[in-house]
Structures are given as C-alpha cells and as structure tokens.
Ligand binder design. Structure first.
Ligand SMILES: NC(=O)c1ccc[n+]([C@@H]2O[C@H](COP(=O)([O-])OP(=O)(O)OC[C@H]3O[C@@H](n4cnc5c(N)ncnc54)[C@H](O)[C@@H]3O)[C@@H](O)[C@H]2O)c1
Length: 249
C-alpha cells in the first residue's frame, strides 16, 4: 500500500519536452501521478503526449516561463486541479558565447530563462502548494558551476544563483512542509548538447568521471524522483550533484 504523497500527486514540470523533462514526465506518470507538462512550443508538447500516452493523467500547457501572463495561465490550470504537490523547475537554455560576444540582450535572455523564469514560476505556483502541509520544489542547476565554463559566463552565473535561491526559499517555506532542493547535472546528452557541443568536450567529460561513461537524461530521473518523494521529507536546501562522480564537493 502506498503512503500519502507517494503517488496520485499533481506534478508540474517546466522544460517538459526537453531531453531530461521528457524522462521525468515518463517516470512521474509511471508512478501514478498527474503531470502538468509545460514548455515553449505546443508542437513539442504534442509530440511528448503522443510519445508518452497516458492522456488521462498528462496535461500539456504551452508557456514561456519568462512571460508573466503565460505563467499566470499555467497557475490557473493547476488551480483548477485543486493544488500542487511537486514543482520541477527544469527549463533551461545553455548557449555558448564568449564573454566578449555576450551582448546585454543575450545576457538578459539567459538570466531570464535560467533564473528569473524559475522565480516567476515558483512565485506564481507556490500559493497553490502552501497550506497543504507537504510540497516539493526541485530546481535544475548545473554542475558547470563547480569548475566554471568558458563561453558560458551568463549561464553558469544564472545556475549558480539557483543555489542561493534554493537555500533561501527552503527557509521560507519549511513551516508548510515544503522542501526546496537543487539538482546539478553534469554534461548530459540531450539535443542541444549533441547538436552544439564539440565531441572532444563530451569525451573529456566522460574521462573525468569516476563512472567513465556518457551521462544520459535517465541518470537524472531517480535523484529528482527521490527528492520529490516522502523518502526525502527531511532533506531541504541541498544541492545534489549528479555527474557520475566528476566533481566531489
Ligand atoms: N544537458 C546538459 O548537459 C545539462 C547540464 C547541466 C544542467 N542542465 C539543465 O538541465 C535542465 C534540462 O536540460 P536538457 O538537457 O533537458 O535541455 P533541453 O534543451 O533538452 O530541455 C530544456 C527545455 O527547456 C525549454 N525552455 C527553454 N526556454 C524556455 C522558456 N523560456 N520557457 C519554457 N521552456 C523553456 C526548452 O524548450 C527545452 O524543451 C535545464 O535546466 C538545463 O539547464 C543540462
């Protein structure tokens, strides 16, 4: 028999049609939860729904997490469902631009998606999680914050800021039984990495790990699912690094 909050939860995943988001949606659905999957493009969400099935428990909501009106519409969908148990902030954008070539507009775009968007979604959805005695927020940072990465000053700045966001928010919401944690993936073979990152970089990552193989989206699913589960009831404000043992902090 399942204990409360193990299944049948309302789970929101941002960046749900991305490489990692898709696998997360699959896992939460398989565990008996209802997943509200949100991402930028309606057609990508349609493909996700066609791929995963489970239309009885999978709801797709196109939304730009940097757009307050979109985020408000997302909140309405969840409100109609009666509240929120788990929020996975997974959306991300990680272009490569040298610092010199980073225009102020590019800087704002990257910070908007990887940091401010996390604020906007969490701010709009937190009231739907509060007052219910239990809740989970899992944010996606990046293990790139440990060594720093040339060509990603904007992205690494945003993802590193999520440590402060996660820790401080954890202290504000603990009284409501809500935990807030951060997962920091290592280089994971999803679309943008396969398309844009040099093969030598992928190989050097592989060789730098205790576990010398490529990292795949599936490697992130168990850690996120754990942090979202009652097994992690007493874990909050933490950073869980999932990178095959590259950085050991
Ligand atoms: N792949 C990696 O190597 C890696 C490493 C460290 C951290 N991460 C982080 O893990 C998370 C998942 O990454 P992924 O590899 O699956 O990438 P991905 O590009 O496959 O998925 C990210 C998703 O976020 C969505 N998104 C981007 N901007 C958005 C916006 N404004 N509003 C709503 N959705 C938006 C994209 O459409 C995409 O579907 C991201 O937060 C990423 O920064 C990835």
């Amino acid at each position: 028999m399942s204990t409360p909050h193990e299944t049948n939860r309302i789970v929101v995943i941002t960046g749900a049609s991305g490489g990692v988001g898709t696998e997360l949606a699959r896992r939460f659905l398989a565990g008996g939860d209802t997943v509200i999957a949100t991402d930028l493009a309606p057609d990508a969400l349609d493909r996700l729904a066609a791929d995963i099935g489970r239309r009885d428990r999978l709801v797709t909501v196109p939304a730009d997490i940097t757009d307050e009106a979109d985020v408000a519409r997302l909140a309405e969908v969840i409100e109609d469902r009666g509240g929120l148990d788990v929020l996975v902030n997974g959306a991300g954008f990680f272009p490569i631009d040298t610092f010199e070539n980073t225009t102020p507009d590019r800087w704002r775009q990257v910070i908007d998606i990887n940091l401010t968007g996390y604020f906007l979604v969490t701010h709009a959805l937190l009231p739907l999680m509060r007052g219910r005695g239990w809740g989970r927020i899992v944010n996606f940072g990046s293990a790139s914050m440990y060594p720093g990465v040339p060509g990603q000053v904007h992205y690494v700045s945003a993802k590193a800021a999520l440590v402060g966001f996660t820790r401080s928010l954890a202290r504000e919401v603990g009284d409501d039984g809500i935990t807030v944690n951060l997962v920091t993936p290592g280089l994971t073979l999803t679309g943008p990495i396969i398309d844009n990152f040099p093969a030598e970089l992928i190989e050097s990552q592989r060789n730098g790990r205790a576990l010398k193989r490529d990292q795949h989206p599936e490697d992130l699913v168990g850690p996120v699912f754990f942090l979202a589960s009652p097994d992690a009831d007493f874990v909050s404000g933490q950073t869980l690094n999932v990178d095959g043992g590259m950085f050991m902090n």
